[in-house]
Write a protein that binds this ligand. Sequence first.
Ligand code: NAP
Ligand code: GDD
Length: 338
Amino acid sequence: MTKRALITGITGQDGAYLAELLLSKNYDVYGMVRRSSTNNKERLNHLKNDIHLIDGDLADGGNITRMLNTVQPDEIYNLGAQSHVGSSFDMPEFTANVDGLGILRLLESMRTLDMQDTKFYQASSSEIFGNSPETPLNETSPFLPCSPYGVAKLYAYWTVINYRQAYDFYACNGILFNHESPMRGAEFVTRKITKAVAGIYHGSKETLKLGNLNAKRDWGHARDYVRGMWMMMQMDQAGDYVLATGETRSVRKFIEAAFAYIDIQIEWQGESENEKGINKKTGDILVEIDPNFYRPNELHCLVGDAKKANKKLGWSPEISFNDLVAEMVAHDIEVYQK
Ligand code: NAP
Ligand code: GDD
């Protein structure tokens, strides 16, 4: 029997990879798309004839109920979110509404429509751990979110568990650590770096301006992580799972790796706001600090422990950090436009 999946956030990085994966497994794929005056469907260009798109917004409860009633999905993947941590400090109320209450609207609609056989996946995040004292972080580590985004995602996390316990829904939290790809939004640090490196490769004289270079993240590839989402939905019982690589690197190391791909070695000079990344061979300044990109509160280091997902789901990441960086830089070199 063909399964029917509904993806909120289908126009985002993970939405596009997940839609691709589900189509390859012969799912009938539906996606919620919010209205925009500009094209927000670019990541779906190659799939547009194979998927069904429905107008909607996680901030609108009535719209969600009608959508679920029409689609009657077997599996719901809730990936829609204001997903930029830095922006959540500027838009805390909007972030709480979409990333927190949006999940409540979906689960309440499922309850109202008595969708007991529909499985639900929530895109939870390692941001809920914040600056937790434990390392590496697993499903039992303490939650100390340090951004409005992290706080909203923690509300969503507990809402999922509450609906699982109270109404016996198959609802799971995928607590995913950072995952990137050539489809990553341009305002996230990895893609910002790989796009700038591609520009410099093509002769641009730009300087890459960044905030905190010392923050460390556990970076994997989005393709591996959407596979893990699907695996969580194929179990007999719902659960919460960390997906992570178990390796952590600083923003500085990501910069070095990305420039190394085009044979540029970076030498660091100066300190804090005066620090600069210099091309060792030519002396050109390639990286500078712009304090505007500092956050009011920073999550300093993330490293995850995905043993539970490995043991119960058989999941482990297949794409290495170096291959991730190489794929991103190569892609940005190819698509570069002045
Ligand atoms: P993304 O590229 O920013 O995509 C977010 C998606 O949510 C987009 O399709 C966006 O639509 C949609 N959206 C935003 N506001 C909405 C609203 N009010 N109603 C309906 N849809 C809305 O994010 P991603 O990297 O694919 O991440 C997917 C999910 O995983 C997000 O929930 C994110 O918070 C979570 N997550 C991501 C990571 C990561 O490292 N990537 C790690 C942990 C958790 P537009 O295209 O119109 O903007
Ligand atoms: N975005 C950005 N831009 N980040 C910068 C910059 C810059 O110019 N300079 C330094 N950084 C630092 C940030 O301060 C942060 O410590 C780190 O780079 C990573 O920032 P992002 O790439 O924006 O990702 P994030 O870790 O804050 O959030 C991502 O991962 C979460 C999971 O841990 C997002 O995908 C979230 O949606 C996701 O939940």
